[in-house]
Design a binder for this molecule. Sequence first.
Ligand code: ATP
Ligand code: MG
Length: 329
Amino acid sequence: MPATHTGASRVAPTAAAISAAGLRKSYGDKLVLDGIDLRIAEGTVFALLGPNGAGKTTTVEILSTLIAADAGEARVAGCDLAREPDGVRAAIGVTGQFAAVDNLLTAEENMFLMADLHHLGRAEGRRRTAALLRRFDLADAARRSAATFSGGMRRKLDLAMTLVGDPRIIFLDEPTTGLDPRSRRTMWDIIRELVAEDGVTIFLTTQYLEEADQLADRIAVLDRGTLIAEGTAEELKRRIPGGHIQLSFAEPHRFQLAAELFEAAVRDADSRTLRIPSDGSVPTLRAVLDILDGAALEADTLTVHTPDLDDVFLTLTSPADPTTSRSAS
Ligand SMILES: Nc1ncnc2c1ncn2[C@@H]1O[C@H](COP(=O)(O)OP(=O)(O)OP(=O)(O)O)[C@@H](O)[C@H]1O
Ligand SMILES: [Mg+2]
């Protein structure tokens, strides 16, 4: 029986749902994970960010007992990964990077299959299937072959299948890759609801910085098998300089005058732009405009750039090596 969210939990509310120390994995002579340490509190969303080939899926596969680490240890839902894998499996759900939906079956049949895998019994399996398909807005499509589903519907069905087992910890490997902006938001709402209402812990991987920003309590950045940064979105953004106000001038003389006014600015003479370091706040913007006004100068364009997670990602991680990434074959 999978553990339920209610009643006596074996782990205190502040306990780690997932903790890992020194996880290592190599394929042949290629080192894929080089000593990963993690601590993820119960009932929180953790996002693992990283470029292609960084080792995100490998981390998920290890923590969900699909593959074994070469070294290191981890506890998931209070169970030791190596010694109590069945305990781990009973507590988790995994939605992999590539949809596990069987196209030859209808949505409902896919769900029943999961219910069977979890030994739920026919009535309970049907009850949960109906409830989950309703929750994911798939009730009308329950009897349709999954082959006719759009990418977004398939993703939702995939997550619904994961929830049949009522997991306390859910691994989502790139849950919204390939989804349009509306479907992505729907998926985000579903994930938030799972945490807020059911108190589950979410471990997600993503390439979308905004997704981590929107959903995650804590974010770790993985690059070539090493965690190179960890913290809240705000903490990570604070580590990255790069907020600035950019002014550009069509006319060389005015550019020259402005450059003299803003000594701290980075100048690009070719494009006649100035980058004035700034936290992006209204008072600093006003100060810049006041200085321009005082000199009776007008910029042709003005843009305010506050550091976002894209800056964090691009600053901290190395460019992906296209030859090392797994493809959706
Ligand atoms: N079964 C395997 N055999 C050999 N190499 C592997 C295997 N699985 C993964 N790798 C290698 O391990 C590295 C990390 O792969 P992984 O799939 O974990 O990356 P990822 O961060 O999930 O990338 P993506 O963003 O493309 O999904 C890659 O270099 C990949 O080629
Ligand atoms: Mg992956």
